[in-house]
Design a binder for this molecule. Structure first.
Ligand SMILES: Nc1ncnc2c1ncn2[C@@H]1O[C@H](COP(=O)(O)OP(=O)(O)OP(=O)(O)O)[C@@H](O)[C@H]1O
Ligand SMILES: [Mg+2]
Length: 392
C-alpha cells in the first residue's frame, strides 16, 4: 500500500532524525532535506502529500519558500505545515498569511500537536491514504448561528455535556469565543479562576497542555472543562487575537474534544476556527428571516472552502410559534436539517438559571431527548469521517 509522503525541510540534523523516526513510526514515508533550495527542488520533483518545514533556514527565508510553493501549480494545493522555533505571535500571522495550513511552534507539545493535526486532516479525507499507527485523534466542533438569541450557547453547552457523558473515556473542553461578552460561564455556573483573556496574556512557554488540564475550571455536573469567554467589553477590545491560534492548538493537544461557541460571528477570528472544524453545527430558527440568513452564511462558508459534509443544521424552536416545516426549511436553505429541537417553554431558561444540564433537570423532555440523540449522531459523524450524519 502506498504511504503518505512527507517532505521535511529541517536544517538541524538531530531534530530531523528525531522527526523522521516519529513520523515513520506512525506510518508516513519521510524524505528529509536541510535547506530551502533543496526543499523546493524535492517538492516540485516528488510532489509530496505534506511539506513540514522550519522557517529558519540556512539559505532562503522559510516564508519565501512557502510563498514559492503556493505560487507554483505543482505544490499550490499541498498541505504545508510550519514546525518552527519562531515563536512570536506576529510570526504565526506571517506564516499563515504566507500560506501555511498550520503553524506549530517547537515547544514541549509540538510533536503531539503535529500528529493530532495530521490525524485530523487524514480523518477529513484531506490525505490520500489512511495512515496506520497509534495517532491520537481529537476533534474540533464549532457552534455557529446567523442570528443572535436563537439558542446557540444553550445548545452548545448541552451537546458538550452529552458528549462528555456518551464518550466518557475522553476529555472535552468548551471554549467561549463570543465577543464582547460570553455567556457559558454564567450558564454553567462556573467560577473564573482563568479565562480566555488571561490565556491570551500567557507566553507560549507557560501555555502548556498540562497547565490547561490543571487550571481550567470544570463546572459542577457538566463533566467538561471550560475556557470562560470575556466578561468585560474592555477585555474584548484589547484581546490579543493573534494568540488564539496557539491557544486552540494547545487546547487540542490537551483534550480530545474542543467545542467552540462562536455565536453569530464570521470575523477573521471565527473563520480561524471554522476552517479547522471537523463539524460546524449551525443553529437556525424555523422562520423566514432566520432561514434566509442561514442560507447566506452556509453559502459563504462553502465559498471559503468549508467542506459541505462538515456542516450540520440544527433547527431550534425557542419560540412558541411552530413556523415552517422541515421540507420547506430544507428547500429554502439548500441543505439538510439534521435535527429539530422542539420548544420547551420556560424550562430551558430555568435550567440555565439553575446552571443545570437538561439531562439532569428534565431528562424526559422531548427537547432533551432530541439533544441527546443529536449528540450521539455527532459523535458518529466524527468517527466516520466524510460520512453523513444519520438522521435520528
Ligand atoms: N428549544 C428551546 N425551547 C425553549 N427555550 C429555548 C430553546 N432554545 C433556547 N431557548 C432559550 O432561548 C434563550 C436564548 O438562548 P441562548 O442564550 O442560548 O441563545 P444564543 O443564540 O446563544 O444568544 P446570544 O446571541 O445572546 O449569544 C435562553 O433563555 C434559552 O433558554
Ligand atoms: Mg450565546
Amino acid at each position: 500500500m502506498e504511504k503518505v509522503l512527507i517532505l521535511l525541510i529541517e536544517p538541524d540534523e538531530s531534530t530531523a532524525a528525531f522527526l523522521r523516526q516519529v513520523l515513520s513510526r506512525v506510518g508516513f514515508q519521510v524524505q528529509v532535506v536541510s535547506s530551502g533550495k533543496e526543499g523546493l527542488i524535492n517538492a516540485w520533483r516528488d510532489q509530496p502529500d505534506i511539506i513540514v518545514l522550519e522557517l529558519n533556514l540556512p539559505d532562503l527565508d522559510g516564508l519565501e519558500v512557502v510563498r514559492k510553493l503556493r505560487g507554483d501549480q505543482r505544490t499550490s494545493r499541498k498541505m504545508i505545515v510550519g514546525l518552527t522555533s519562531r515563536s512570536q505571535p506576529e510570526d504565526t500571522i506571517a506564516g499563515l498569511e504566507a500560506g501555511l495550513n498550520q503553524y506549530i511552534v517547537k515547544q514541549a507539545d509540538a510533536i503531539d500537536t503535529l500528529l493530532r493535526y495530521l490525524a485530523g486532516e487524514q480523518r477529513a479525507g484531506q490525505l490520500r491514504q489512511k495512515v496506520k499507527g497509534p495517532i491520537p485523534s481529537n476533534h474540533l466542533i464549532a457552534f455557529l448561528s446567523a442570528k443572535g438569541g436563537v439558542g446557540t450557547s444553550s445548545l452548545c453547552i448541552n451537546v458538550a455535556g452529552q458528549i462528555t457523558r456518551q464518550d466518557s473515556k475522553h476529555t472535552v473542553v468548551v471554549l467561549d469565543l463570543v465577543l464582547p461578552i460570553g455567556s457559558l460561564a454564567q450558564i454553567t455556573g462556573s467560577k473564573r479562576p482563568i479565562d480566555l483573556f488571561q490565556l491570551t496574556k500567557m507566553s507560549s512557554g507557560e501555555l502548556t497542555p498540562e497547565y490547561l488540564r490543571k487550571n481550567l475550571p470544570a463546572p459542577k455536573s457538566w463533566g467538561f472543562y471550560l475556557v470562560p469567554g470575556c466578561n468585560d467589553p474592555h477585555q474584548a477590545v484589547n484581546l490579543q487575537t493573534d494568540r488564539l491560534s496557539p491557544i486552540i492548538q494547545t487546547l487540542q493537544a490537551a483534550f480530545t474534544y474542543l467545542i467552540v461557541d462562536i455565536g453569530r460571528d464570521l470575523s477573521h477570528l471565527a473563520m480561524l476556527v471554522l476552517r479547522q472544524a471537523d463539524a460546524i453545527v449551525m443553529i437556525l430558527t424555523p422562520d423566514e428571516p432566520g432561514i434566509s440568513s442561514s442560507h447566506i452564511v452556509r453559502n459563504y462558508l462553502l465559498e471559503e472552502g468549508v467542506i459541505k459534509d462538515r456542516l450540520l443544521f440544527l433547527c431550534n424552536r425557542p419560540l412558541a410559534t411552530e413556523g415552517l416545516n422541515v421540507d420547506a426549511i430544507e428547500a429554502a436553505l439548500g441543505h439538510k436539517i439534521n435535527i429539530s429541537i422542539p420548544n420547551m417553554g420556560a424550562i430551558f431558561h430555568l435550567a440555565n438559571t439553575l446552571h443545570a444540564p437538561l439531562h439532569l433537570r428534565c431528562p424526559e423532555e422531548p427537547a432533551t431527548i432530541a439533544i441527546n440523540r443529536f449528540s450521539a449522531n455527532l459523535l458518529q459523524h466524527l468517527k466516520q469521517a466524510g460520512d453523513k450524519v444519520r438522521l435520528p
